[in-house]
Design a protein around this ligand. Structure first.
Ligand code: GSH
Length: 221
């Protein structure tokens, strides 16, 4: 039984879900309220974080290690380029989104507005929200610049970098925090990736107390 312990709006969980769907790997999704620190969950991942993927007799943590493992054991379609330089660029961009974008944007917007309420940690910090709203502009401009030179973020074919970025962007779009008028390049890229069958699962997500805007699941947004 392949099972993913996740929360619906976590960008790291979404990255794993998207990559599994792209590779047509069937998986049972189990919501894990990681903040309740269930002892069984902590046994599966002592770091206490989601995602955790139970597959092939092991419990795996760390989304980037997981998606690279999946790309090796399920090579079709390949989501890593063949050349070392190409793989370097994919890993650099995955780190860009999962580290820099996560810290400057996702944490300031999504975690302040949604996670704090769900985990009963209090109210959004308006300074953090303002900082996130400022930072996302710069990140969209950086994506615009990349997409001026490439069809996809890391080159001319879709890679793990696109799914890492789309995982963050889709979670922010769920709370209407992406300005789709800022860059045609980014909008076209997102329309392209959003229309892939792999996206269906996350477009159907519904988080109680946080209904998504109408455009969230609309392919023609
Ligand atoms: N580097 C980890 C980050 C995972 C992560 O931070 N997940 C968050 C949810 S979005 C979490 O479980 N946080 C709980 C905690 O930090 O205690 C990965 O890529 O899987």
């Amino acid at each position: 039984m392949t099972r993913l312990y996740h929360v619906p709006l976590s960008p790291f969980c979404r990255k794993v879900r998207l990559v599994m769907a792209e590779k047509r790997i069937e998986v049972e999704l189990v919501e894990e309220r990681y903040w309740e620190r269930d002892p069984d969950f902590l046994r599966r991942n002592p770091a206490g974080k989601v995602p955790v993927l139970r597959m092939n007799g092991r419990a795996m943590a760390e989304s980037q290690a997981i998606v690279e493992y999946l790309d090796e054991v399920h090579p079709e379609p390949p989501l890593m380029p063949e050349s070392p330089g190409g793989r370097y660029e994919v890993r650099r961009l995955c780190a860009w989104f999962d580290d820099k974008f996560h810290r400057e944007v996702t944490a300031n917007l999504l975690y302040e507005r949604v996670n704090k309420k769900i985990t009963r940690e209090g109210f959004p910090d308006s300074r953090a929200v303002k900082a996130g709203a400022r930072a996302i502009k710069y990140h969209l401009d950086y994506m615009h610049w990349l997409l001026d030179q490439r069809r996809w973020l890391a080159g001319d074919a879709p890679t793990l970098a696109d799914f890492a970025a789309a995982a963050h962007i889709s979670a922010l779009d769920y709370i209407s925090d992406v300005d789709w008028h800022r860059s045609d390049n980014v909008r076209d890229w997102y329309a392209k990736i959003k229309s892939r069958p792999a996206f269906r699962g996350i477009l159907a997500d519904q988080v109680p107390g946080f209904p998504p805007p109408a455009h969230y699941a609309d392919l023609d947004f």
